[in-house]
Design a protein around this ligand. Structure first.
Ligand code: NCD
Ligand code: ZN
Length: 350
């Protein structure tokens, strides 16, 4: 008999579903496993206002309706800019916006409209602190002179720590952490007993180190930002994710890009894991004998941080290898998922 794990249905606290024709197919993958997902706002036209978020939400809702999965809830975010106003933050807090996403300008996909200097965002951050709207952070400095493998650690010292000193009550989620420094920073931070700091961790950063970028040749489908790091960092992430510390919870950062835009002379950053993210997380937890701790990480600590109810229904994962296709056709684009042509050791019981 194959091993199984039944757990309360998880949520994805960091997801890219994009827009247009791919939207429905990405949602089909993710809603199989998850009840809710935090929808990233880095569309080509960034989601910078409540009105744009409402319009995006209604496109997502109609895709969900077409799919026949009304049980899935998108949690909308707004894209923080240099000119986000206090009033927009207040409006966001009154319209179920789950948080603002800070993209340092130039840090990642569609981040050109992001924040050029954190001080420019101080009026908005003040309002976020006041209205208790979380700040979701892409934590990398953008200076090209700083080694790409160091950009997250430098961000902590130069931006995150001063920011948290200036806004001690601001609720911060350090997104898709990739380093020992980030894992330890979040673990050790003194939040004065308040629920003001958390981090999401992706499945691919739990399973791969930077060697995967160059295994047998250059591997564009393993390129994401923040970039994969050394093995010691992967081990620190595994330790954090499997520590039962409620500051660490699941965020896939599944980020679809057309095959041609990944396999190019200047390929885009992003790994696609939505097809079986829970299978990948199960692999990671199982690899260190901590499968029983997956439920807290995947299903409890996220809603607890965001002050939302935990889900009630359950899913079951089976230790049964699932073959991953070489490609998916999503809408009008072809996409290469993580583990294309290989297997994932765990699958969803059907
Ligand atoms: C994301 C994307 O493609 O939107 N890419 C990535 O490498 N993770 C953006 C992001 O979250 O950095
Ligand atoms: Zn992301």
């Amino acid at each position: 008999m194959s091993k199984t794990l039944t757990l309360v249905r998880p949520d994805d606290w960091h997801l890219h579903v994009r827009d247009g024709a791919v939207l429905k197919d990405v949602l089909a993958h993710i809603s199989n496993q998850f009840a809710r997902a935090v929808i990233m706002p880095n569309l080509k036209q960034p989601v910078t206002s409540v009105d744009l978020a409402k319009a995006y939400r209604s496109r997502i809702d109609s895709a969900l309706k077409q799919l026949g999965v009304p049980h899935f809830t998108p949690l909308m975010t707004l894209y923080l800019t240099d000119i986000t106003s206090r009033d927009e933050v207040r409006k966001a807090s009154e319209n179920q916006i789950i948080g603002f996403k800070l993209y340092p300008a130039g840090a990642t996909t569609n981040s050109d409209a992001g924040v050029t200097n954190i001080k420019h965002a101080y009026p908005a951050l003040e309002a976020m602190q006041k209205y208790s709207v979380p700040l979701l952070i892409h934590g990398e400095v953008t200076e090209s002179a700083i080694d790409i493998f160091d950009r997250e650690a430098v961000f902590i010292d130069r931006i995150l720590e001063p920011l948290r000193k200036d806004f001690p009550e601001l609720r911060v989620v350090f997104e898709h952490i990739t380093t020992k420094q980030a894992a330890h920073y979040v673990r050790d931070a003194d939040t004065k007993g308040k629920n003001t700091l958390a981090a999401t961790i992706t499945a691919h950063h739990l399973l791969m180190n930077r060697n995967s970028l160059f295994a047998g040749g250059i591997r564009p489908h393993h390129y994401c930002l923040p970039i994969l790091k050394r093995e010691e960092h992967r081990l620190a992430l595994i330790e954090a994710a499997t520590s039962s510390n409620p500051r660490f919870f699941l965020g896939t950062d599944s980020a679809p890009h057309p095959k041609g835009e990944k396999e190019s002379s200047c390929g885009c950053a992003g790994c696609y894991t939505a097809h079986n993210a829970m299978g990948l997380y199960a692999e990671a937890f199982y690899s260190v004998g901590k499968l029983d701790l997956l439920e807290g990480f995947a299903s409890f600590f996220g809603p607890d941080f965001y002050c939302l109810p935990r889900n009630r229904d359950q899913i079951t994962l089976v230790q049964q290898a699932e073959k991953v296709p070489f490609e998916f056709t999503l809408g009008d684009t072809v996409l290469v998922p993580l583990r294309a042509g290989e297997t994932i050791a765990w699958s969803l019981a059907r």
